[in-house]
Ligand binder design. Structure first.
Ligand code: 5AD
Length: 371
């Protein structure tokens, strides 16, 4: 008789092939399964990718342009309460210099990421960069924002200024776990975060979300729920990475509750593969956190069904202050040689890097407008 986790996998493949939504119990069984599940799971994810988005790997140049944050998330190194981190905001001229450098090497999608800051100067800077990109490169480039939970009106304004894609992780879709990972105040409400995702969708953005994997108290059942949350929301893009401890955060106290590295890697890869099965035509990234926690994180992520990664364009003098978690990979090398090396690693897997291509998710292009 076949072991039950292989039955669960066969079931999920059959259900997702027909476009339906699998049972939570089957997803949980897959996440929790012994190692012999991985090869058939990743093969199925690879087939789903081939049929939908294709084998190309898309790049996003990331500029971490400001680390000021009004949030105090218990896991994050740039939380407001961490007084040991030097705060910075990169001036406009240095941001566009970094973007120009990225364009020169063939990047056509740029992610502007920052802490959650509401000030006029901050938002004016984002708008100015968006308008500059539009004037400079028109439709050949896709800006992506990841600047936190903002009022709906601000989302609308930034969309009008030329923004197209937005990443806002739900972090976990379980309200109780969310409450254990965040302070209990008006700035950290689970419902507000879900509402922000709806506001982004309603104001015309391509919406990306994702979760932390391997945080204290999290179980495979939570992760199964996260997959269903993303499937039901019908997201366009997904970025999920392993949780990595940080000394200067309250969650450090709970480090005994963190699953070991091998478990976090396994869960992350299975989440990527299942996300690919549930929503085959989304863009899914092999995150920096995955590449930090495992030297072959890029290869493993792509092998599980990811099709995006994000070379860092943040000017060197700011990088060490964008310290979300410990050991964040910092390649002390020129952008040209980083790209050359990463492209060779992708090519070795038979996955060509799509330089010069903004890489829209097929899902967004084919999405029907709401009736
Ligand atoms: N480990 C891994 N990822 C983290 N993030 C924040 N802190 C950590 C950590 N300790 C992620 C969050 C956030 C993104 C910008 O960084 O998911 O959305």
């Amino acid at each position: 008789m076949k072991p039950s986790h292989l039955d669960a996998l066969a079931d999920v493949i059959r259900v997702t092939d027909s476009g339906a939504i699998p049972e939570r119990a089957a997803l949980r069984a897959i996440l929790d399964a012994p190692e012999d599940l991985d090869a058939p799971l990743f093969e199925a994810a690879g087939r789903a990718l081939d049929r939908s988005s294709g084998r190309a790997v898309y790049l996003r140049g990331i500029v971490e342009f400001c680390n000021a944050c009004r949030k105090d998330c218990l896991y994050c190194g740039v939380r407001r309460g961490n007084t040991r981190v030097a705060r910075y905001a990169i001036p406009f001229d240095e941001i566009v210099e970094a973007l120009e450098e990225g364009y020169r090497v063939g990047l056509r999608s740029f992610l502007l990421q920052s802490g959650e800051a509401l000030g006029d100067a901050h938002l004016a800077l984002v708008e100015r960069v968006l308008r500059w990109m539009k004037a400079r490169w028109g439709d050949s480039v896709r800006p992506v924002l990841s600047i936190g939970e903002l009022p709906r009106e601000t989302f609308r304004q930034l969309r009008e200024a030329g923004g197209g894609r937005y990443l806002l992780r739900i972090e976990t879709s379980d309200p109780e776990l969310y409450a254990r990972l965040h302070p209990q105040d008006a700035h950290h409400r689970f419902e507000a975060r879900v509402q922000a995702l709806h506001d982004l969708r309603d104001t015309g953005w391509q919406v990306g979300t994702g979760v932390l994997i391997g945080v204290p108290w999290q179980t495979p059942d939570h992760l199964a729920g996260d997959l269903l949350f993303m499937r039901r929301f019908d997201i366009d893009m997904c970025g999920m990475g392993p949780y990595i401890e940080h000394h200067d955060t309250p969650l450090w106290e709970a480090r005994e509750q963190v699953p070991d590295v091998a478990t976090r890697v396994r869960w992350t890869l299975r989440m990527i593969a299942l996300q690919r099965l549930l929503l085959p035509d989304t863009n899914v990234s092999a995150t920096t956190a995955l590449q930090t926690i495992h030297p072959q994180g890029l290869e493993l992520g792509l092998g599980a069904g990811a099709n995006v990664f994000m070379p860092n364009l943040t000017p060197w003098k700011y990088r060490e202050s964008y310290d979300l978690y410990e050991g964040k990979v910092r390649v002390a090398d020129s952008l040209d040689s980083v790209l050359e090396r990463m492209s060779a690693r992708c090519a070795a897997l038979g996955r060509p890097v799509a330089l010069g291509d903004p890489g829209d998710p097929v899902r967004f292009r084919t999405r029907q407008p709401p009736p």
